[in-house]
Design a protein around this ligand. Structure first.
Ligand code: PDD
Length: 287
């Protein structure tokens, strides 16, 4: 049974309770993170915590913990849940808190609700082009809000896009803006490979600044063997790519071999994926 953390108390997840007047419940007024731990070791813990602290500041939710205190709290929760399995994801959710009425403006003198729990995640995928899980995506226009850089708990826009893919048997929805430029996936970032060159959309308000994305960019740049850049990518380029990858804390770097029912490149997992995944796997615990 997962032991959750709620406002300083540890209890079985199924017993955790919040008020229906919590602004997270009423308005999706909160910030969240999902952080992977493999064999007790985190990937990108400090970058995740820093993104969360920035998100709280962006929406003016009080942050009562230093980055070090967050680290101690999350590492401790993972230890308390060690019997849940070798690989765990930690979900952290901070809402603005519980008010006495439903009223839109930010209330004063309300304490944020802090809720965290662990869940089992899959083993990392094998570094093997013939055995790794392949993904099939559908593309659709990105109809979310213009603050996608904030990791808000208000995920209805993402959920609706994910469902568009899911309901047709696809694994994810790949999103493009009104200019026919790639943004991201409904729950992941996207990388494109053409003629050995790797690209991913620039970090702006149209995408979440993914931690996995950042680890991939930084580790590939310091490795120095692959050409990688952040730039605007058109959907024509996406459709003509040799390889397409989706990246997130739970998927790491996942190869996409089908888009809108058509093969990506030659329809097989590419060799640049294998090289990049090798570099990422060798350095992911350093972040
Ligand atoms: N999703 N873009 C969106 C819209 C996301 O929701 C996510 C993560 C990412 C990748 O970010 P990161 O590499 O930091 O996980 C990009 C998480 C895992 C989720 O909502 O479950």
């Amino acid at each position: 049974m997962s032991i959750s953390y709620l406002n300083g108390e540890y209890q079985p997840l199924a017993e955790a309770r919040i008020s229906p007047l919590d602004r997270g419940f009423l308005f999706g007024d909160g910030i969240y993170e999902v952080i992977p731990y493999y064999g007790g070791k985190s990937v990108g813990l400090m970058p995740h915590i820093n993104r969360m602290i920035n998100g709280l500041a962006a929406i003016e939710i009080k942050n009562s913990h230093t980055a070090e205190e967050w680290k101690t709290l999350l590492d401790d929760l993972v230890e308390r849940n060690a019997d849940m399995g070798e690989n765990l994801g930690v979900y952290v959710h901070i809402s603005r808190g519980t008010d006495v009425k439903r009223y839109h403006p930010y209330p004063e003198n309300v304490e944020p609700t802090i809720f965290c729990f662990c869940f089992g995640i899959k083993d990392p995928e094998p570094l093997d082009r013939s055995a790794v899980t392949q993904y099939s995506l559908v593309s659709t226009e990105d109809l979310r809000w213009q603050r996608c850089h904030i990791k808000s708990t208000a995920l209805l826009g993402n959920v609706m896009h994910f469902q568009e893919g899911y309901s047709t048997g696809a694994d994810e929805a790949l999103l493009y803006n009104a200019n026919n430029e790639l943004t991201e996936g409904s729950s992941c970032n996207v990388f494109v490979v053409k003629d050995g060159k790797i690209s991913t959309p620039i970090q702006d308000n149209q995408i979440l600044p993914g931690i996995t994305r950042r680890i991939i960019l930084d580790s590939l740049k310091s490795d120095g063997n692959l050409d990688v850049e952040e730039r605007i990518i058109t959907m024509d380029e996406v459709r003509n790519a040799d390889e397409l990858w989706i990246t997130s804390s739970s998927k790491e770097i996942a190869p996409v071999t089908k888009l809108d029912g058509q093969p990506v490149g030659n329809g097989e997992v590419g060799e640049i994926w294998e090289q990049a995944f090798k570099v990422y796997t060798a350095s992911k615990f350093d972040f």
